[in-house]
Design a protein around this ligand. Structure first.
Ligand code: NDP
Length: 279
């Protein structure tokens, strides 16, 4: 029997990237899935990929919604419970590095970008978690949040607001994990490094710039020691692992890093001592 057979999962941000990959894997592994995003065409593409894998249409609930709105949050939760009768797994994946259209970076970034970033990457997660809580307690369910290695401890001067929103999300994961474990609900997180998705496009970077960026990162060992960028499935498989109580039941409130080794290197370490000593 498929391992998520009889379970219902909401995967936010499943109209693209990591969320799409996770939704497809959950559906292939037997779960009823709610897929959601603002872009109806891309969301339909996710749905078609699921149907093409032979999953019956009645196992897919597709909801076009903006998760920074209360209406969108309610639609996602309520339509899931109305259609499938329960909620077992909540994947809080939707997120973005909100671009500063004026091109300001670092400490000059407009405070408006801070508000928009926190509204999506943190506040929507808090609100959806609150709204899903009773259903997850009823099912003794799982929450998997999608954070980022940008949360630290390394500095991120180019993405300050994005980085601090993910750092806050990590503390939210830890704190909610302890709050909810007493009710039988497990909360964990995954912290990806660079993954090839729509993430840079959502920042306003065109396809060529995105490709250059991925190629640069993959070919510089001080960026990704593994020598290649991550793919959505690399993260989606961890999400499913953390949502699978048979495999990960003793992991509570942790974030699993998947970054090809990025966080283990410091820039200076790529130069050998002999070169640095100049002897
Ligand atoms: P994508 O841009 O490919 O996917 C982001 C998803 O979030 C899309 O489905 C998008 O849907 C959805 N989304 C964005 N804003 C909203 C909103 N207001 N309401 C509802 N849905 C929204 O990027 P990724 O797959 O890479 O991002 C997924 C998660 O992974 C994010 O939390 C990101 O921070 C994290 N991450 C990504 C990394 C990477 O290198 N790619 C690295 C570290 C972390 P739509 O546009 O249709 O609204």
């Amino acid at each position: 029997m498929a391992r998520f057979s009889g379970k219902t999962a909401i995967i936010t941000g499943s109209s693209n990237g990591i969320g799409r990959a996770a939704a497809l894997l959950f559906a292939k592994d037997g779960a009823n899935v709610t897929i959601t995003g603002r872009n109806s065409e891309r969301l339909e593409e996710t749905k078609q990929q699921i149907l093409s894998a032979g999953i019956p249409e009645n196992k897919v609930n597709s909801v076009v919604a903006d998760l920074t709105t209360e209406k969108g949050q309610d639609e996602v939760i309520n339509s899931t419970v109305a259609k499938f009768g329960q909620l077992d797994i909540l994947v809080n994946n939707a997120g973005a590095a909100v671009p500063d259209t004026q091109g300001n970076t670092g400490t000059d970034q407009n405070i408006d970008i801070y508000h928009k970033t926190f509204q999506l990457n943190l506040e929507s997660v808090i609100r959806i978690t609150q709204k899903a809580k009773a259903h997850l307690i009823a099912s003794k369910g799982e929450i998997v949040n999608v954070s980022s290695i940008a949360a630290g401890p390394q500095a991120q001067p180019g993405f300050i607001y994005y980085a601090i929103s993910k750092a806050a999300l990590d503390q939210y994961t830890r704190s909610t994990a302890i709050d909810l474990v007493q009710h039988g609900v497990r909360v964990n997180s995954v912290s990806p490094g660079l993954v090839v998705t729509g993430f840079t496009n959502a920042m306003g970077v065109p396809d060529t710039g995105s490709k250059n960026f991925y190629d640069f990162m993959a070919s510089h060992k001080e960026c990704i020691p593994l020598g290649k960028s991550g793919q959505p499935d690399d993260i989606a498989n961890i999400i499913l692992f953390l949502a699978d109580r048979n495999l990960s039941s003793y992991i509570v409130g942790q974030s699993i890093v998947a970054d090809g080794g990025s966080t283990l290197v410091m820039g200076c370490q790529v130069h050998d001592m002999k070169t640095m000593l100049g002897l």
